[in-house]
Design a protein around this ligand. Sequence first.
Ligand SMILES: Nc1ncnc2c1ncn2[C@@H]1O[C@H](COP(=O)(O)OP(=O)(O)O)[C@@H](O)[C@H]1O
Ligand SMILES: [Mg+2]
Length: 341
Amino acid sequence: MKYKLELVDLEKSFSNKKVLDKLNLKVIDGEFLVVLGPSGEGKSTLLRTIVGIENLDSGKIIVNGTDVTFKPPNKRNIAMVFQNYALYPNMTAYENIAFPLKMARTDRNSIRSKVDQVAKLLNIEPQLNINVTRLSGGQQQRVAIARALVRDPALFLLDEPLSNLDARVRYTSRQELKRLQKELSHTFVYVTHDQVEASNLADRVAVLHNGVIEQIGPYNELYEKPNTQWVGDFIGTYPMNFIPGDLMGYPDSTIGFRTRWVSEGNDITAKVTLIENSEGNYFVHCKTGDSDIVIRTDTKYNVDDTISFGLERFNIYKNGVLEEIKSGNSVASSGINDVDN
Ligand SMILES: Nc1ncnc2c1ncn2[C@@H]1O[C@H](COP(=O)(O)OP(=O)(O)O)[C@@H](O)[C@H]1O
Ligand SMILES: [Mg+2]
């Protein structure tokens, strides 16, 4: 396997707060990797150490097989798109995009043709001669991406590049970004706290928690087989349901199941507390013992009803860590492609 980026035991603290705690990660050549984590978990710090604008306490960063740990940012062959775009405000879009090439002493004609090329790719040709402060958020974001693309670096780091856009533009930008990455066969490391972005964009999602990558894999795998209860709780529109293992005959364990993993049966009895109606399905919030759970049904129940259901599959956790997956015959490995379940 050829890796574009290898991170080995990265450590970084601010005063006495440990942000990266021997973090390891390997990014495959041509991969769209999304690092997903709650805000404040260290996503920006991780990207800043990779690009070299933040020093590591210890660890190793390898790009294309070369150790770049002690190289300055401009010698790492990595481009980064910042959350706030970090455009030069007193310059036009053209001048912003051309800037890295100018710094690299590229000749005038090559600059012109390269800028034109990426501007075309990103549909910003009409804006090239406009001062960036007069562009819309979506246009500024394209200029920032164009500026990263123009150097043809080995690796792209993107720090929540869509978070400042409104919903509609965010949706179209997301699709364009994905198309661009695949068409150009670039390697992207994209950080976000947004699960919808992660599930839509990523070839693999790496979940950042407590300074390490707690789990990495395709989004559906994280959704169905979270390695830890923390990941199960974090991933999904609804957190994974957790109930004491005793209820199903598994002492000293916790049972985890998704809203849709229920069937007819009597494994669990619960009292309905709230009903949500979403696109033809009912999400029934209920309480069993001390546990609050949510299940998805076609049946219209009422608040205060007592209901019974079976589990056609469930995961068993011990001390917060996945121990065993129990799945019925009918459900082997059904793919779940939407997040809204
Ligand atoms: N330059 C800094 N000095 C001190 N603390 C910092 C600095 N940069 C980040 N931190 C802290 O490190 C933690 C991770 O921050 P950050 O990497 O920005 O998280 P994220 O991008 O996931 O929201 C936060 O607690 C933040 O306050
Ligand atoms: Mg951040």
